[in-house]
Design a protein around this ligand. Structure first.
Ligand SMILES: [Zn+2]
Length: 294
């Protein structure tokens, strides 16, 4: 029997614990700036998930918790942060004053921490999608755990040394049972999907919009899987959001009750791998000065 899942309309996220990670926890989404678009899609509901015991979501694989009401949609974006594309998705979401759930790749977060920080600043929920997007069903459990933990560490460091939401998505949605158990022990919620857009197979933004809308029409609601890494999705997000609004869909933002704290050994490992300087680096202007010439 799994632990009971508490989903409530959350107006605040209290963070217990005295560690530096916990103290840095991100501000609740509800505290974000107010919306300037009177016809915005907005956020209909913010739910808070107690991830104790590692509940799974997304009817493709996990059917225990059917928490969305009719016409409710959770937007999820994987594989970022990525130059250009992530910013386009953020801009579209921002214009509609709505929020999404992002599953960045740890390595990408190490390469583009400034983009990840924009995702956080936008008030979106950020989980993790492993360190390097390997298929965890094709490696030893030990190596797979390293991929998972380095992912949490990498995204947390990229986010500015703050704990992220306790949410995880398996690459290619392949979830070996021993790793589902590991995440359960780690109190991490697992996200599969209700509707896979298959946007990575699409070149044109209108194909992405059509794919999502068609599947939503069929299911009536759902957790939608897309990729801010993909250009067609980046270009199509604004139209998709408009279409969702026109058709009466409502956005639900998912937040975690207790952020996940990365393990120190993996933080050290990641810091070594990404050069160890993300947070310690001073602004370039204070390090390098032109003292001759222009
Ligand atoms: Zn992915």
């Amino acid at each position: 029997m799994r632990n009971a899942l508490a989903i409530a309309v959350a107006v605040s996220m209290s963070v217990a614990g005295a560690s530096a990670w916990a103290q840095n926890a991100q501000a609740p989404a509800a505290a974000q700036a107010k919306c300037e678009n009177p016809n915005a899609l907005g956020v209909a509901r913010v739910v808070q998930i107690d991830t104790t015991g590692g509940p799974g979501f997304g009817f493709e694989h996990f059917k225990a918790y059917d928490f969305l009401r009719d016409k409710e949609v959770v937007l999820t974006f994987d594989d970022g942060p990525w130059p250009g594309n992530t910013a386009a998705v953020l801009k579209a979401l921002g214009e509609q004053c709505t929020k999404a759930l992002f599953f960045p790749i740890g390595k990408h977060a190490g390469w583009h921490p400034e983009i990840l920080k924009q995702v956080i600043a936008g008030g979106h929920t950020v989980g993790s999608h492993t360190w390097s997007h390997k298929d965890l069903s094709r490696m030893s459990t030990e190596d797979a755990i390293t991929e998972i933990e380095k992912g949490f560490a990498g995204v947390s460091i990229g986010a500015g040394n703050q704990p992220i939401a306790p949410f995880f998505r398996f690459p290619a949605l392949r979830h070996p049972p021993e790793l589902v158990k590991y995440l359960g022990d780690r109190n991490v919620g697992i996200f599969s999907t209700d509707l896979d857009s298959f946007d990575f197979k699409m070149r044109k933004p209108e194909q992405v919009v059509a794919s999502v809308m068609k599947k939503l029409e069929k299911h009536g609601k759902g957790i939608v899987l897309m990729h801010d890494f993909q250009q067609a999705t980046a270009k199509g997000t604004a139209d998709l959001l408009k279409e969702l609004k026109d058709k009466g869909y409502k956005i639900v933002q998912v937040t975690g009750k207790t952020p996940i704290e990365p393990k120190k050994e993996y933080v050290d490992m990641v810091m070594k791998e990404i050069g160890g300087g993300l947070e310690t680096a001073r602004p370039m202007s204070s390090v390098i000065k032109t003292i001759e010439g222009n």
